[in-house]
Write a protein that binds this ligand. Sequence first.
Ligand code: ATP
Ligand code: MG
Length: 567
Amino acid sequence: MRVSELYAPTLREVPGEAEVISHQLMLRAGMLRKAAGGVYTYLPLAWRVLRKIEQIVREEMDAKGGQELLMPIIQPAEMWKETGRWDVYGDEMFRLKDRHGRDFCLGPTHEEMITTLVRADVRSYRQLPLRLYQIQNKYRDEIRPRFGLMRGREFIMKDLYSFDRDEEGLDASYQAMYDAYSRAFTRCGLTFRAVEADSGAIGGKGSHEFMVIADSGEAKIVYCSACDYAANVEKAELFSEENPKEAALPLEIVPTPGAKTIEQVAAFLQVDAKKTIKTVAYQTEKELVLALVRGDHEVNEIKLLNELKCVALNLAPQEAIEAKLGKVAGYIGPVNVVGIRIVADGSVMQMYNAVCGANETDKHYRNVNPGRDFKADIVADIRLIQENDPCPRCCAPVKTARGIEVGQVFKLFTKYSHSLKATFLDENGKEQPMVMGCYGIGISRTMAAAIEQNHDDNGIIWPAAIAPYQVIVIPVSAKDQSQLALAEKIHAELMANGIESILDDRNERPGVKFIDADLIGYPLRIVVGPKTLAENKLEIKVRRTGEQLYLTPDSFVGEIQKLLAAL
Ligand code: ATP
Ligand code: MG
């Protein structure tokens, strides 16, 4: 490829619409253009990167017995009605009707489609296990499409589904995929961590997320400073610490004018935030509930949602609170509350002589003793883990980091085979449900995550395995026929040796060509200039380190291969 012919319109300015660096750099490097919110065209350079990531993932899936197929994007509503997800999926599903008024959706995921396929063809245990996958566009009408390719409404996903005879088989499939994911992300040159995850609306038990560690990540993870425990904060298990026992004092009501937040109340009453109870009102699809955590803790909404077995959970609107408790915003608490369910974190039930809102404006209770002064309907682990909390495995303090979820593996067990009646006959001729797993990688999100992790002030720094081209060859002056001829020769020799090269043959100032090369982020740059001709020296620059070295034009290929292998 020649840069003079390449469709990669680079921009000098940072486009206003882009908030995160990967989005900014892809727009500036002429890789990406927006068609609508969360819907993008991948220009040729981006498409090359995406195809490389896909190919790495494909090889790793195939190595674990995966068989690639391609299912339709358009899916009939009937199969979604069979699992009940037509109603549950909500506004995130893109829905459409055909000319006869029949309902369809654009596939946000393919459990229904693949299970319906397999149930029709697989009858016997001899046909199992099966590991089937595809790489394809997915459609989700995200509430907040943002950050470019990180959260698109149309995005590329690899999704594999495993069908086994029993749980032992599922464990083997799960482990195979876990290993394949680790290999794929390592080959892509990413720094990542597999963390224990909640399995969410997709159902089933047992899940890991693969997180690319980056400050811009939307997910928060914890990892142990001593052992290898790591989890999404939403999932992380917690120890409830024992509080020192105290004699219960009589409950009293105290004025706390204007003190609404935990900090204000704690300061006003001169107590530690640990001695206060934080009461948060939530609205589910069924009811208003009060969630209680210690004042210095935060509610883990995922765990709360799981405890309540509801599908929707939002902070209760002001009107809903007022209808139940009166105008007491900022002063709500669990004492003397009737007709509202209370869910308390385990640590709350071990508090003595605590402070909480009195359901009266400008008033709090003091010497609240849970159990004596109020009862909880549910006591459970519903708080978020925090930095320095003890590790649930070994008790050493945990650390927190931000991550971008690039992949997730789930054990589904028989959730879908049960509702869709995907069964087989076992060795004894007995009908059994297939035991399933599902495994997704966000291919387009992985490209964005690679940039979040690999860039500097000048642009992208591609890991060599997924770079659009591995080497750019730049003649300082393309007008100089001898420079151009030598550059052409080097370019051709690289390609003859299987190295992907691009030649910047444009009649531009060298500075402009260098700026574009850095912005697009080719791992190696070879400059052919007057020095090359006079002294027989090619100038090589390593994008990642800025290191410069010189090679002779007659024997450089081996060195370039070595350099690339380390990038
Ligand atoms: P998230 O929690 O980020 O919304 P998810 O849990 O809904 O993702 P999965 O259903 O597990 O996502 O999909 C598998 C993979 O697809 C994710 O790990 C992620 O890499 C990618 N992915 C999911 N949603 C999007 C999106 N809107 N844009 C780009 N990639 C996505
Ligand atoms: Mg996920």
